[in-house]
Design a protein around this ligand. Sequence first.
Ligand code: ADP
Ligand code: MG
Length: 306
Amino acid sequence: RMRSMKGRGLTEKYTIDWDTVLGEGAYGMVYPARVAATGEKVALKKISRRYTNSSGFKTETDALLRIYDNGGHPNISGLRDMYEDHSYFYLILDLVSGGEMFEHLIHFGAYSEADAARLIQEVASALAFLHGVGVVHADLKPENLLLSTKNRLDGTIKMIDFGCAQIKDDELDHSKSSTEQATTSTTSSAASTGTTAYWPKERFGNDGEATPAMDMWSVGVILYIMLTGVHPFDLRGLSTDEEIEERIKADPSPPLDHHLVGHLSESAIDLIKKLMEKDPNKRLTAYEMLQHPWVRGETALKEKIQ
Ligand code: ADP
Ligand code: MG
């Protein structure tokens, strides 16, 4: 098991390109780096102690360590090493070089059903693993799904950003109903929040606990955006978190009879409905999602219909 080390070893073991920022988030700056001994490319996430309390950071590393201890997952950018000094934490992560799904959506627009099905299957697979080892991501959105290559047709998904993750003290028991899970599992921290545009209604005004079912709702919103290019609740013109919260708390139904989804297969719409199910107890789990015929590639339309 890896241990946190003092910052000094960091620059001996890694050559860091401080002039190139790979990404900038709420809590951290991410830089490209290389393992000095081998030249292998990695990513360095540097988190200022000023911007996060130590418990927020601890959850991120705890989640990454739990992933590591369980063998990692091909669709999650794993933790390789970590360091700290008096002002920063440094996480060494697998480098993912294809950019954010968010950028791919902006540049190329919506995905075909066949491409979306392949990518969302990888997200479901990562979540089945995470939820199985007791980690809720709690901040799923297209900015936190990276692609392994810039070519959107052959890239694979690498999930990142466990800065809002919650660890369940007991591993989730999949034989229990989700109601029991929600009441028997305890969270170790609710230090950070995620992006409200991807939250289900039940997440607003609760005690900050995130559940596996909340991750699944977020996947439904992401899938809707992947297939239509727009958010299901038309958040354009809403500028503050409060306005977004009001819109979602008003309990809109995802517009699935709308012209925006008219080109989609019935099976794709069925899946979005089951993910954006308002009752968290009835919502698809990651395991159930992996069984859905659209996710299995059996019913996804093969051609992009314009
Ligand atoms: P925050 O918690 O601040 O949102 P993230 O972990 O999401 O931090 O990182 C911010 C951005 O940095 C990401 O959206 C992505 O563009 C980039 N990034 C993060 N991790 C990696 C990585 N392993 N490889 C390449 N880019 C990354
Ligand atoms: Mg992020």
